[in-house]
Design a protein around this ligand. Sequence first.
Ligand SMILES: Nc1ncnc2c1ncn2[C@@H]1O[C@H](COP(=O)(O)OP(=O)(O)O)[C@@H](O)[C@H]1O
Ligand SMILES: [Mg+2]
Length: 286
Amino acid sequence: MFLLEARGVGVRYGGVLALDGVTCGVDAGEIAAIIGPNGAGKTTLLNAISGLTPLQDGQVLFEGRDLAPHAPHRRARLGLARTLQGVDLFEGLTVRENLLLTARISESSRRPGTATTPVTERVTAAAGFLSVEDELERQVTDLPGGRQRLVDIAVALCLRPRCLLLDEPAAGAGPSESAALGRLLLRIREVLGLGILLVEHDVQLVLDIADYIYVLDFGRLIAEGTPAEIRRDPVVIAAYLGREAGEAVPAVAAVPAPAAPRPGPRPPGPEWGSDEAIRGGGGAPR
Ligand SMILES: Nc1ncnc2c1ncn2[C@@H]1O[C@H](COP(=O)(O)OP(=O)(O)O)[C@@H](O)[C@H]1O
Ligand SMILES: [Mg+2]
């Protein structure tokens, strides 16, 4: 059973079939990525999963539970946090205030009797995971776009999610900024054991860090597999990789090398907000 699973999801906007029978999933402790050209339906899929867009078909399951009856804020409370395409922070507040506000909201909906660390410590840890601890007292609007996107992910972490949905977190980033983001996401996956569903335009980043990749085109899945499989999938190369990456189309191996299998779920990480998680947050690589 996946941590988060979309089964045969269909979404229609008027006459446009934005998603057509899409099935995908992410395990705990795994980064699953969704790539595809503009208009492929990637954001629509995240909206369908988080409850912002109604489904015409199919189901979304989180920890085996059908999310249909749950509004977006309930889904967040169940442990499903997301960032929107573009940054979505409270302007006029500092980084610390943005994080604190979210941590307090999440704290106010905590189940009684469940132990947690103080919100201030959770804020420090989230800032550490995203390497924005030196910018805590700055106004978010004074930060460059790339730093704001990291704060955006730190805000999502303050909800203590078990699964993180990210919509193009590397948009506008250069190669080194994008690689740095990749290292931070790997660390979050490793230390907290979260499932991460990553929608990303930066194919290189996805090939570098994802455990499993889904390729969407015109609302349909045209391929899925490990990065090694996706790299040499002729359908993907023809439809997407070669043209989007702006690189020479890689030759398809005559004899496919045996691909590493999908890793499968990892043991759960520490309770997010626990002392162990907070220690893990310090000194994240830049
Ligand atoms: N709110 C909406 N109303 C009507 N059409 C939409 C809406 N949102 C997205 N679409 C259409 O659905 C398709 C998928 O869009 P989207 O999910 O944003 O793609 P992606 O994120 O992959 O670029 C596109 O054809 C887009 O024009
Ligand atoms: Mg999009």
